[in-house]
Design a protein. Structure first.
Length: 115
């Protein structure tokens, strides 16, 4: 069983940066692929960025060059560094852990970017 808790969200102006964290408890995250999703009001949940067990990363086109995903397995934590934030990045950001044994979601952290 994995419990995921996101933090680091907030209200910022366009162009600013935020760093999100997703702390895991219950099981080491080294066994899982880790992903950030986001969901804006009225929209479907969408993929943002992911990092595999070996550190390979991939990003949605909308965030490439602005966001960086990373993981620290020693701290059981997933990160998302978000730079040059835009109003359209406003959403609840959720972390997701997956492997053959199961999938787990955090409850999310709100990011609001004012233009």
């Amino acid at each position: 069983q994995v419990q995921l808790v996101e933090s680091g969200g907030g209200l910022v102006q366009a162009g600013w940066s935020l760093r999100l964290s997703c702390a895991s408890s219950g099981s080491t995250v080294s066994f899982y692929a880790l992903t950030w999703y986001r969901q804006a009001p009225g929209n479907e949940r969408e993929f943002v960025a992911g990092v595999g067990r070996l550190g390979n990363t991939n990003y949605a086109d909308s965030v490439k060059g602005r966001f960086t995903v990373s993981r620290d397995d020693a701290k059981n934590t997933l990160y998302l560094q978000m730079n040059s934030l835009k109003a359209e990045d406003t959403a609840v950001y959720l972390c997701y852990a997956s492997n053959v044994g199961g999938v787990y979601w955090g409850r999310g952290t709100q990011v609001t970017v004012s233009s």
